[in-house]
Design a protein around this ligand. Structure first.
Ligand code: GUN
Length: 283
């Protein structure tokens, strides 16, 4: 078994990106900029956003957070997005998900200009993804692909099973694998006989959010196992997969923490940088 060490790869990528950001500033006078909108007090979101801001600071990306309390009305958030849409120092805008239930997340995100949609969650970027004309790709799925690329794990013709159909992970990731010639299956909460499917997978991805959801008997020998789950249990963070047992069967496996999570953040930063490069072309 080989450990897919997202933590180390993400660190290398951040160091690389830091140099490129310095270069862009020196040569073009451009500092990539990210605006994050957060609403309410979801504790996980608070941590994720703090980590995103810290990572931006480390690589020299300018980042601002606008935090609203739960009672905010939709229009105030939309006005903020429109302000950032016009702001020339901002290349990427994201609204941290989930929003409080009384707010229409899809409607709010639709106000982000396609050219600043750094999460790739907008209809424009999703349409391009579906048409196999990929532009900005969502950070978690793209981070997973980058991790597989680093370890030279082939994708074409492989049977990929993705468990979870969220907007953030499962759906975009399925299309990305399809665009790379994999044979893709998406399983979800209404799927029957899941084990039949997992036992066929060459690459198994779990984005469910339940500890030990994937047990060792569900995994065939030699499977590439990608665990997107982040679950808190007795003060520890664990994934969806029963790591200690599955690692004996897997050819490759991501640890939690230290696998997919750090890749997500660095990929977001790389997306901000790529959008800032477009600013250069427009100059
Ligand atoms: N919540 C969990 N992951 C993400 C992400 O990648 N982007 C946003 N905007 N919200 C999230």
């Amino acid at each position: 078994m080989v450990l897919l060490d997202g933590k180390t790869l993400a660190k290398e990528k951040r160091e690389n990106l830091k140099k490129k950001v310095e270069e862009l500033k020196k040569k073009e006078g451009i500092i990539p900029g990210l605006a994050i909108i957060r609403v309410g007090n979801d504790p996980a979101s608070e941590i994720y956003v703090r980590n995103k801001l810290k990572a931006c600071q480390e690589v020299g990306i300018y980042a601002v957070e606008k935090h609203f309390n739960e009672e905010v009305n939709e229009q105030e958030i939309i006005d903020m997005i429109e302000f950032f849409n016009q702001d020339k120092t901002i290349d990427g805008i994201l609204v941290q998900s989930p929003l409080p239930k009384n707010l229409d997340e899809k409607k709010i995100v639709s106000y982000i200009l396609g050219s600043k949609d750094v999460d790739g969650f907008g209809i424009d970027n999703l349409g391009h993804l579906l048409a196999n004309q990929e532009q900005v790709l969502a950070a978690t799925p793209l981070g997973i692909l980058n991790l597989l690329k680093e370890y030279k794990i082939p994708i074409a013709s492989k049977k990929v099973l993705i468990i979870g159909r969220s907007q953030i992970v499962g759906r975009p990731l399925a299309i990305m694998f399809l665009n790379r010639d994999a044979t893709v299956t998406i399983a979800h909460s209404k799927t029957k006989n899941l084990k039949e499917l997992t036992l066929q997978a060459d690459i198994l991805i779990s984005a469910v959010g339940h500890p030990r959801f994937i047990t060792e008997d569900m995994v065939k020998e030699g499977t590439v196992c990608i665990d997107v789950g982040i679950n808190r249990e007795n003060g520890h963070v664990i994934g969806d997969m029963d790591f200690e047992k599955i690692k004996e069967k897997a050819s490759y496996i991501t640890p939690v923490p230290g696998g997919v999570g750090p890749m997500t953040i660095v990929t977001l930063l790389e997306n901000v940088y790529e959008l800032a490069l477009k600013r250069k072309k427009e100059k």
